[in-house]
Ligand binder design. Structure first.
Ligand code: NAD
Length: 478
């Protein structure tokens, strides 16, 4: 296959270095070799975007629609192939990979439509005979920096609105998952965009990411990743007054009340905590359970966890794929030790597993007898590790759910309208789920959190316009 190159100014460009993309289900499988850019490559990508900006910023809604619809249609047509690539490079199961590829296609098609619906307002001035118009214009050039855990959906939900609202893009994917990013770039390269409107620069955060953050021509940076990197992104962008949007970690609570349907609660909790190997920012790692249902819930969870099929992401019937890489596995194992050291009881799981091929397999783990002040309940582990926290009743459950520095997603399992309504109103989270997993969201509505989970305007749905445009107010005396 050769080395997959960066895409800059409409050309495929060699990197300063290269890196193998390894399949976490089978460490002997090299998915591909991808070029690594350096700071000079970022500078030339920004130059290309600057050259393309006057034309693309003023492109018609039809041109934007056509490009985005082309990308959405092609991803949809190739969703099985791209889903397979995703599962091979990241380790989520094949159905999850195909589902994510499908979602990326839907996002491109949604924003194709949004390009046709960019709205302004016209008001009368408070002064006689003057018109006031409020319009949305592109920011100009947008830097996009993404994490490894949603290799196609997160790039899609940033690139599609950036282009729909007329911005040029410099995109840096996580270095663990360049395959899906490169595939999107290759499709975009045939979509009719002018050269330079979209650029792909793969490589390290400390090199390529940093060069994006500090380039004065980049007017806005959209970032998804960890809290520490996010804070650095925000500080660097603020220092030069660039717009910034951050989506970061979570320690999402899922409350289970005495009146819950046990099957619904266990189904939602297992999905929230362990699907996609627990590597979702919206995963629930704190299961907050009232005492009347606690023992039955724990027993049913343990039984279900024992049956979860952990295996090669591409194998039929696998429910949980491998952890993404060695350092994430080491982090998961470290927190398993921390939990035991803090006095939590490891009810099930936590062992590294051997499968036919060498990979990063971990048996999903459930801690019980935990308290909310333990490190395992305060810090994001980002693996298939969850804890049960026993509480007396709803009021304590809500207080514990909100006692966290994060605020992305919060779930409740209950048959009570009263408690469901109260939780929707009072959970300190950007997204609230009733009788549903904390993860798994629609593509046409806003996504994001509060407190340490998010910063800046919301992503997705029509709310994406807030970040990817700037507002102009024009006064006219005819
Ligand atoms: P990370 O912070 O390590 O990396 C994210 C991206 O930032 C990568 O592309 C990385 O190369 C880049 N980066 C690293 N250092 C940089 C620097 N100095 N300057 C600029 N860019 C830099 O995160 P990760 O490990 O890839 O992803 C996992 C994290 O992402 C978890 O915390 C998870 O909760 C979070 N996440 C959040 C959401 C959300 O929407 N809230 C979604 C998915 C993942």
């Amino acid at each position: 296959m050769g080395v997959q190159k960066n895409y800059i100014g409409g050309e495929w460009v060699d990197g300063a270095a290269e890196r193998d993309n390894i399949n976490p289900s089978d460490l002997s499988d090299v998915v591909g070799t991808y070029a690594h850019a350096d700071a000079a490559a970022v500078a030339s990508a920004v130059e290309a975007a600057r050259a393309a900006a006057p034309a693309w910023n003023r492109s018609t809604p039809q041109q934007r629609y056509d490009a985005l619809e082309f990308v959405g249609n092609e991803i949809m047509a190739r969703r099985e192939e791209l889903g397979r690539l995703l599962s091979r490079e990241e380790g989520k199961t094949l159905p999850e990979g195909i589902g994510e590829a499908t979602r990326a296609a839907q996002i491109f098609k949604f924003f194709a439509g949004e390009a046709l619906r960019i709205q302004g307002e016209k008001l009368q001035s408070v002064r006689p005979g003057i018109d006031v118009e409020i319009t949305r214009e592109p920011v100009g050039i947008v830097g996009i920096i993404t994490p490894w855990n949603f290799p196609i959906a997160i790039p899609a939900w940033k690139i599609a609105p950036a282009l729909a609202y007329g911005n040029c893009v410099v995109f840096k994917p996580a270095d663990l998952v360049p395959g899906c990013a490169w595939a999107i770039a290759e499709i975009l390269s045939r979509s009719g965009l002018p050269a330079g409107a979209f650029n792909l620069v793969m490589g390290r955060g400390s090199v390529v990411g940093e060069a994006i953050l500090t380039n004065p021509a980049i007017g806005a940076v959209s970032f998804t990743g960890s809290v520490d990197t996010g804070k650095h992104v925000a500080a660097t962008c603020a220092a030069r007054l660039a717009k910034v949007q951050l989506e970061m970690g979570g320690k999402n609570p899922m409350v289970v009340l005495d009146d819950a349907d046990l099957g619904v609660a266990v189904g939602a909790a297992v999905n929230s905590a362990f699907f996609s190997t627990g590597q979702r920012c919206t995963a629930s790692s704190r299961l907050i359970v009232t005492e009347g249902i606690h023992d039955r819930f724990v027993e049913a969870m343990v039984e279900r966890i024992k049956t979860l099929k952990v295996d090669d992401a591409l194998a039929a019937g696998t429910e949980i794929g491998p952890v993404v890489d060695e350092s994430q596995l080491a982090q998961d194992m470290k927190y398993l030790e921390i939990g035991k050291g803090e006095g939590a009881k490891l009810a099930v799981g936590g062992e590294r597993l051997n499968r036919g091929k060498e990979g990063f397999y971990l048996q999903p783990a459930l801690f019980t007898e935990t308290t909310n002040d333990m490190r395992i309940n305060r810090e994001e582990i980002f693996g298939p590790v969850a804890s049960v926290i026993r509480v007396k009743g709803y009021d304590e459950a809500l207080a514990v759910a909100n006692d966290t520095s994060f605020g992305l997603s919060a779930g409740i399992a209950t048959t009570s309208l009263k408690y469901a309504s109260d939780f929707k109103r009072n959970a300190e989270a950007g997204m609230v789920m009733v009788n549903l997993p904390t993860a798994g969201v629609d593509y046409h509505v806003p996504f994001g959190g509060r407190k340490g989970s998010s910063y800046g305007p919301r992503e997705q749905g029509r709310y994406a316009a807030e970040f990817y445009t700037v507002v102009k107010t024009a006064y006219t005396q005819p």
